[in-house]
Design a protein. Structure first.
Length: 458
């Protein structure tokens, strides 16, 4: 028999760039000398100098003011003089789409996406055929997002993070609550968090700078998603299916009913008396008319789904293979009507005002005809692909770069617009971290098991 395996969840420190001297503070994308620009693909390291920003990955283009900058190597040296004067660099092209799109939520003409290690990304969707990035804020590992009145709540490995995005180009960090958050749903001044460590966590977010816990309910397994209507919270619990919890008294939530599902419950959305549960290998339709005895009334054939959003008699589900449109007008016999392939795995779906937003990496559909959506546009750029960089250290005018083949590469950046390769040394392909002694010019590369010591004095 197939054994259920729980996916591992990284720590808040995994692949996370942080500002030196403030190990617990997520980097902010802000103007001025300390500005860090996060690109919409996983970065392995960022290093700051007073006038330069070093970004590790493959070919990309940036625009600072009216000037375009292109660098065709793993090492991107971006002239940041305009940024030092307060201009905000705008991504105009990259080699990769957004590779980690976990969740999406929209409000007005803005869409907010939780993109893993890239953090919170804000898109202007006033023209759905050409969505554009207008703001980014780095977080350790953004998994879920919810926006209300320009305030954005991000479920992250670091906790529930709250941002003021009333100025979308410069989202401002307001406060946080420590927990390993996977998804969040906000009603009024209360946030309901599906947490890896705390099950269903209920928080008072009246004052984002001092969030307080109201109550919690310990779930039998990992709480992956939560949806709240009135005084009921519907929680997708990995190996336990759907839990219906009475949250009318936030300080003392009470379990009303459960409905186990055969797969792994990782997404939930409720419309009327039906709860739609993304159960890893299928979509389950659960009748929640009686909260104390929720019952599965329908199921699709095998579909690899991780998220779901219901609108009227349609459930939009998504997963590894793309977007699925499921007709649930007859709950007992849900039918797959349409399938859309997406560039990457779809991690989130959200609908508002006749428009469907899919985090895959970011796509927009017209659902005025709910059963048969029309593709409108996506944010996606292409380019050359080279080896990824794992770590970087800057000493004087030299940049030491460790790539994913375990090769140490050294570049002279005396002329920042024209970095010159000056030498290299092959090590082990498993090495991921790099430290260089600026006095002795000895480089130390390591992973969990190995340490390589390299004389880079010549």
């Amino acid at each position: 028999p197939r054994k259920k395996l729980k996916p591992s969840v990284g720590t808040a420190q995994d692949n996370c760039c942080r500002r030196a001297g403030s190990p617990d503070e997520p980097l902010a994308s802000q103007g001025g000398p300390n500005m860090i620009l996060r690109t919409p693909f996983p970065l392995f390291a960022v290093c700051e100098l007073p006038e330069l920003l070093f970004v590790l990955h493959t070919t990309c283009c940036f625009q600072v003011g009216s000037t375009h900058h292109q660098v065709y190597s793993m090492l991107h040296v971006l002239l940041a003089y305009a940024a030092l004067c307060g201009a905000y660099p705008t991504l105009i092209g990259s080699n990769n789409p957004l590779q980690k799109a976990n969740s999406v939520h929209s409000e007005g003409t803005m869409a907010y996406m939780a993109t893993g290690y890239t953090g919170l990304m804000i898109f202007d969707v006033s023209n759905p055929a050409a969505p554009s990035i207008v703001g980014i804020h780095d977080t350790p590992n953004a998994r879920g997002v919810y926006a209300v009145g320009g305030i954005v709540y991000v479920a992250d490995d670091l906790g529930l993070l709250v941002f003021d995005a009333t100025t979308p180009s410069a989202p401002t960090f307001l406060g946080s609550y420590a927990t390993q958050a996977l998804k969040v749903h906000v009603i009024g001044s209360t946030a309901y968090v599906a947490s890896l460590t705390d099950g269903l966590l209920i928080l008072d977010v009246t004052a984002p700078s001092s969030i307080t816990a109201l109550g919690s309910y310990t779930t039998p397994d990992t709480a992956y998603d939560v949806f709240v209507i009135g005084s009921l919270a519907y929680v997708a619990v990995y190996d336990s299916g759907l839990l219906v919890i009475d949250v009318s008294t936030p300080t003392a939530p009470v379990l009303l009913g459960t409905c186990d599902t055969p797969g792994q419950a990782i997404g939930v959305h409720v419309v009327g008396t039906n709860a739609y549960v993304a159960d890893s290998t299928s979509l389950k339709v659960i009748d929640v008319t009686t909260p104390t005895s929720p019952t599965v009334v329908g199921s699709t054939n095998r579909l690899s789904v991780t998220t779901v959003y219901g609108v009227g008699s349609v459930a939009y589900t998504a997963g590894i293979r793309g977007l699925y449109v499921v007709d649930v007008s007859v709950p007992a016999t849900p039918l797959l009507r349409t399938t859309f392939s997406t560039p990457t795995s779809a991690g989130g779906v959200f609908a508002l005002g006749g428009v469907l937003y899919v985090a895959a990496p970011f796509e927009v559909y017209d659902i005025s005809s709910q059963m048969y959506p029309t593709f409108l546009g996506r944010f996606l750029s292409q380019g050359a692909v080279e080896n990824s960089a794992q770590d970087v250290v800057v000493v004087g005018s030299l940049v030491y770069l460790l790539d994913n083949t375990g090769t140490l590469q050294i570049y002279d950046v005396t002329t920042p617009s024209d970095p010159t390769y000056v030498g290299g040394c092959e090590t082990s392909s498993t090495l991921t971290k790099l430290v260089v002694d600026g006095v002795t010019n000895i480089a130390y590369a390591s992973d969990n098991y190995l340490l390589a010591v390299i004389d880079a004095s010549n």
